[in-house]
Ligand binder design. Structure first.
Ligand SMILES: O[C@H]1[C@H](O)[C@@H](O)[C@H](O)[C@@H](O)[C@H]1O
Length: 636
């Protein structure tokens, strides 16, 4: 280290220690409650006396210096912890994403009916919803580290069962096992990262977990694309490869420490001190240790009472409100339709003119990549603009782009091509396909597809014919059942209609991902990892993750039915309205948690829900976090 920088370090460290001493002194004088107390509307900028101006600017300097100091010495170990934990996020994304490509091969090789395909896809999500709830209990009793080890062990076993599955029943068992791992990992990893990160990096590091989720989804689509050429057993590699990150995480966590907060809660104070010094490098940990310990003691007094944690949470107003906000965020994340856009992305791109069916599997990758790319933007923004602004901006953009998507589908439906040929075949007698006179109703009927010819100026010779039950890539009979003929200006459109308005839909899709991915994608996970006090953290995260998986299950399972009943534009207008509802909910209820210590955040929920956010202005944040001695000033 150069002399200059070590001098710098030295002075910053002395300043920090000095500030620590001052805080400690105030604490010793019995003012400790002020760290937590200034939560309510009693403090605002006007309450600061006139002569506070100079104090404030000195305060700003001190604050900057302190921030700089913290940033300069954040030990690399914190990043190692976050990266190994976020492998859980990667597996979340990989295992939910890989199945769509694997299914294309599986349904052919195992002769899967539509029902079996649906069961194999949704069983994992349903198992995740249940195990996320159980994860709350496991986290509280055994700790975060054991739960992450357990999840990676389950992922490994699930991957092995899936890759070796001799029949569809064993496949189902494998998918259920993977779902159990998903539920536990999805609720534990954000909590572990939040509890081990320093406050100024917490949002960013927890958001990295969602970056890993979307990275897992993107990797899954690449692996799907690569192994789709391996017609025989390609799916075994797709499903089995998840074992690699799972084993890596398991081995890594054998050497990584437990969350210091959980250790203090369990009374393992010496061990907690050791872990804190390890993860904070050469920083002074006394202050952080005392603050965690004090808040646990206070929590025990405050939230007293007996009974299961969920009951105590529901009967104690601040945690009840936090739970409502956390679950609401997760519900609106899924109701904004992310997973329908993820599944439907390839079809949307097909509509925009990419006709090659073989490309479909790669096209899903484009959507996944866009989601990943914009989540990266979220990692950059979260500590700059804060959680609240980022989430609000994201959901309003999501709402508008969903409307644009809907308008694109509406325009396509209004200008849908007519059916001009009505070929007869004995099988048509019982088919619904010959009743459709336009492409739109033909496309919405899962039993039919649109077969047509096209030259550079027009579409002609179109018919609505039954789909081949073994493969939706061609028709059951006629021109579009013949792969050779399909190559020469004859096209088979299943699940979409050719349209000249596809660019509107495509624009809507890109804008949707650009708005959703930085905010509504990661923030529900990030915010949930910070809004509950320690005693309620595992249960709160278990409930909110359970809500996320439940709505994921409901939305993806009902999407095709909703589209059939309301048409595609109806479905996307519905998701857009739900996102608007989500905007009002977030506007009224979500406080800013950026930069606060986990121990302080509980006080943000002291107010009635719709007024919550007024209680979270940054000025008070600084009063309460850094200048305990000045809180008295702020309070006068
Ligand atoms: O935050 C994640 C992310 O946005 C994923 O792309 C999505 O598939 C998940 O359902 C969601 O929870």
């Amino acid at each position: 280290m150069s002399r200059k920088s070590s001098d710098n370090d030295y002075s910053l460290r002395s300043m920090s220690n000095l500030m620590g001493e001052r805080r400690k002194k105030v604490n010793d004088d019995g003012e400790r409650s002020l760290i937590k107390a200034p939560s309510n509307a009693s403090i605002n900028s006007q309450a600061v006396p006139a002569n506070a101006a100079t104090t404030t600017s000195t305060g700003d300097l001190e604050r900057e210096a302190r921030k700089q100091f913290q940033q300069d010495v954040t030990p690399a170990f914190v990043y190692v912890l976050a990266a190994f934990s976020a492998l859980g996020g990667f597996l979340f994304g990989y295992d939910t994403g890989v199945i769509s490509g694997a299914m294309l091969l599986l349904k052919r090789e195992m002769n899967l009916s539509a029902l079996w395909q649906e069961v194999l896809i949704s069983s994992t999500v349903a198992a995740a919803a249940l195990s996320a709830l159980a994860g709350g209990f496991l986290n509280g009793v055994f700790g975060r580290r054991v739960c992450i080890l357990l999840a990676s062990f389950i992922f490994t076993s699930g991957g092995i069962v899936l890759s070796a599955a001799p029949d569809k029943e064993v496949l189902l068992v494998g998918r259920l096992i993977v779902g159990l791992g998903l539920g536990i990992a999805s609720m534990t990893v954000p909590v572990y990262i939040a509890e081990t990160s320093p406050p100024h990096l917490r949002g960013q590091l927890v958001t990295v977990n969602t970056l890993f989720i979307t990275g897992g989804q993107f990797t899954a689509s690449i692996i799907d694309g690569a192994f789709s050429y391996l017609r025989h057993d390609g799916w075994r590699y797709m499903l089995g490869l998840s074992v690699v990150p799972a084993v890596l995480q398991f081995v890594g966590f054998l050497f990584l420490p437990e969350s210091p907060r959980w250790l203090i809660q369990k009374g393992l104070t010496q061990k907690a001190r050791r872990v804190l010094s390890q993860i904070r490098g050469n920083q002074n940990i006394d202050e952080e240790y005392d603050s965690i310990k004090n808040s646990i003691e206070e929590e025990e007094k405050d939230c007293g009472g007996d009974g299961p944690v969920i009951w105590r949470m529901l009967t104690y107003p601040p945690t009840r409100r936090a739970l409502l906000v956390g679950c609401g965020l997760q519900m609106f994340q899924q109701l904004s339709g992310i997973n329908t856009v993820m599944y439907y992305g390839a079809t949307i791109l097909q509509m925009s003119g990419v006709r090659d069916d073989k490309l479909a599997i790669w096209l899903a990758g484009v959507t996944a990549f866009t989601n990943f790319l914009f989540t990266l933007l979220g990692v950059w923004l979260v500590e700059r603009v804060g959680r609240r602004k980022l989430t609000l901006g994201s959901i309003i953009g999501t709402c508008l782009s969903l409307s644009l998507l809907a308008i694109g589908f509406l325009l396509s439906a209004q200008h849908t091509p007519p059916v001009t040929l009505h070929p007869t075949d004995p099988s048509m007698v019982n088919s619904t396909c010959n009743r459709h006179l336009l492409c739109e109703p033909c496309m919405l009927d899962p039993a039919c597809g649109f077969c047509y010819r096209e030259n550079s100026t027009a579409l002609f010779a179109s018919s609505c014919v039954p789909v081949n039950t073994a493969s939706t890539e061609k028709a059951a009979w006629g021109r579009c059942s013949n792969s050779t003929q399909l190559r020469v200006h004859t096209y088979w459109a299943y699940n979409y209609c050719p349209t000249s308005y596809s660019w509107v839909v495509l624009l809507g899709l890109v804008l949707y991902l650009a708005f959703f991915a930085p905010g509504m994608g990661p923030m529900p996970w990030t915010i949930n990892s910070e809004i509950y006090p320690l005693w309620a953290r595992s249960t709160g995260n278990a409930c909110s993750a359970g809500v996320n998986w439940t709505f994921n299950f409901l939305v993806s399972l009902t999407f095709l039915h909703v589209a059939q009943n309301l048409t595609y534009y109806g479905a996307f207008f519905l998701y857009s309205s739900l996102a608007l509802l989500g905007f009002f909910f977030i506007y009224g209820c979500l406080p800013e948690t950026k930069g606060r210590r986990l121990e302080e955040i509980e006080s943000l929920f002291d107010n009635q829900l719709p007024r919550l956010w007024f209680a979270s202005q940054p000025r008070r944040l600084h009063c309460s976090i850094f200048f305990t001695d000045r809180v008295a000033l702020c309070n006068t």
